[in-house]
Write a protein that binds this ligand. Structure first.
Ligand SMILES: Cc1ncc(COP(=O)(O)O)c(C=O)c1O
Length: 483
């Protein structure tokens, strides 16, 4: 919730209280530089014992509510026919409006099943923007690059006033259908609060137009609703005609307009797992036979019943504006504070985290030096904050082996839901600002070990000229050797 202070300044105020906490530690800069080296300049490979604020992701690390914890305990552990699964299915029907649902072990498992069921060799999928795992599943099933990103001209402008950068371009969609023919269009996929371009929402008007174009031609429509509530929250705030609707009503409207919905349960529902849902029995029956082969029996789909129980409660809680808006409000504050400090960040603020435009932050690093990877590693050394590279390292190479440079080089500082306090955000702002003042010390990276697929997870890089050690020394000079 955003409160106005007597000074006129607005701040996000948490509408919850902490009743259980986890201790965190800040190791000194010299140790952080060593830890970063050991992790191959890949923040995924750091150990949490070396991390102060874990802002790698908002996935699977959100704070659960007391009711979710109760849902965790009050579960029916059965291989088949569990009461807990049916409670989850009821929540899906009530909140999303879908009659048929299956659990999967996480969002990418849904992507796998959808790709397996609906994509044939040579097919393409139109999307507003890809997510890393989405693209891999689509390309694998089609037999080549098949994930077409039909974003609008504004999507990749990091410093912008455009409120709906997650929109898909209707003209580009029509041209694409003309080019490939509707038979080759496996589906049109819209991703809520488009992750890789900075958690940016699409508008309801755009979403309606896109889904109508597809439906009129009989092309399947799919919504990735992993971040649906934040998108709905931003529609309510930003789109004319929706200011008096509730987040819950907007979520239901979004769901009513597509054939198939899927989500990662690690995000909006603040737990683990995922699901695929639809009102079309025929589509459901095409996907569901594969579920036991890849995920597990129908009434657990790769999740433990405890997780299903938590997800059932999380599903009912996620449209509460205090939950739907908690990260949006913190991100807005965080972005505003970083802008005050002159830091190039993605605007308007979106969902899930604050995104530094690494190209502008460290313009002296050439693109071959993996700019966002370098800034992300440097931020850890300067602060103990673990962020995530969302740039070229997160891309797959071109089929000919050449580097596929990312459209945008972002360092994403995620804001998990109901986890960090305002003082921790202020600490983050201060350390990002310090790093920006010392940005000339950041150098490029080069591959040491590069896996063939989704290399950002476990790939290792080397700093060119051991700049991490020099950065840690500069930090020590300013702050002493205790932090
Ligand atoms: C938009 C979106 N779709 C799909 C996924 C994949 O979900 P999971 O991590 O649960 O496999 C993610 C994960 O971050 C996501 O952000």
């Amino acid at each position: 919730m955003r409160f106005k202070l007597s000074s006129g300044k607005e701040i996000p105020v948490e509408m919850h209280k902490a009743r259980m906490v986890q201790k965190v530690f800040l190791v000194p800069a010299k140790e952080r530089a060593e830890a970063m080296k050991g992790a191959g300049y890949n923040t995924f490979l750091l150990k949490t014992k070396d991390i102060f604020l874990d802002m790698l992701t908002d996935s699977g690390v959100n704070a659960m509510s007391d009711h979710q914890m109760a849902g965790f305990i009050d579960t029916d552990d059965a291989y088949a026919g569990s009461r807990t699964f049916y409670e989850f299915a009821d929540a899906v029907q009530d909140v999303l409006g879908y009659k048929y649902v299956m659990n999967v072990h996480q969002g990418r498992a849904a992507e796998h099943l959808l790709a397996k069921t609906f994509i044939k060799n040579g097919d393409v999928v139109a999307t507003n923007y890809h997510f890393t795992t989405t693209r891999v599943h689509i390309d694998l099933m089609s037999g080549g690059p098949a994930c077409l990103e039909l974003y609008t001209d504004d999507a990749l402008k990091t410093d912008s006033q455009v409120l709906f950068k997650g929109n898909m371009s209707p003209d580009r969609l029509k041209d694409t259908i003309k080019k490939y023919g509707k038979e080759k269009m496996a589906y049109v996929r819209m991703e809520a609060s488009t992750n890789l371009i900075g958690g940016q929402p699409f508008s309801m008007a755009n979403y309606k137009e896109i889904t109508k174009i597809a439906k009129d031609l009989g092309i399947l429509t799919v919504l990735d609703g992993s971040l649906i509530c934040e998108n709905a929250y931003m529609i309510k705030e930003r789109e004319k005609g929706y200011e008096n609707k509730t987040v819950a009503e907007i979520v239901k409207e979004l769901c009513s307009l597509v054939d198939i919905y899927y989500m990662s349960g690690r995000k909006n529902t603040c737990c683990r797992g995922g699901c695929i849902a639809t009102n079309n029995k025929e589509l459901f029956d095409r996907i569901s036979p594969w579920l036991p082969a890849y995920e597990g029996f129908y009434t657990y789909g790769g999740m433990s019943q405890r997780e299903v129980g938590m997800m059932a409660v999380g599903m009912r809680e996620m449209t509460d504006p205090e939950v739907a808006g908690c990260s949006v409000e913190q991100v807005r504050y965080f972005v505003g504070r970083l802008k005050d400090e002159g830091i190039p960040v993605v605007t308007p603020p979106g969902a899930l985290g604050c995104h530094i435009d690494a190209r502008k932050f460290a313009p002296h690093i050439p693109k071959e030096g993996y700019i966002a990877g370098a800034v992300t590693a440097a931020l850890y050394i300067a602060s103990g904050i673990r962020a995530m590279e969302r740039g070229t390292v997160s891309m797959e190479r071109n089929p000919d082996g050449s580097e596929a440079y990312a459209d945008v080089e972002l360092t994403r500082i995620a804001v998990p839901r109901r986890v960090y306090t305002m003082s921790q955000l202020e600490y983050a702002v201060d350390r990002v600002a310090w790093l920006h003042k010392n940005r000339e010390l950041i150098g490029g990276l080069t591959w040491k070990e590069e896996p063939p697929v989704l290399r950002f997870f476990v790939g290792k890089l080397d700093p060119i000229n051991d700049w991490g050690t020099k950065l840690a020394a500069a930090f020590k000079k300013d702050f002493g050797d205790k932090i």
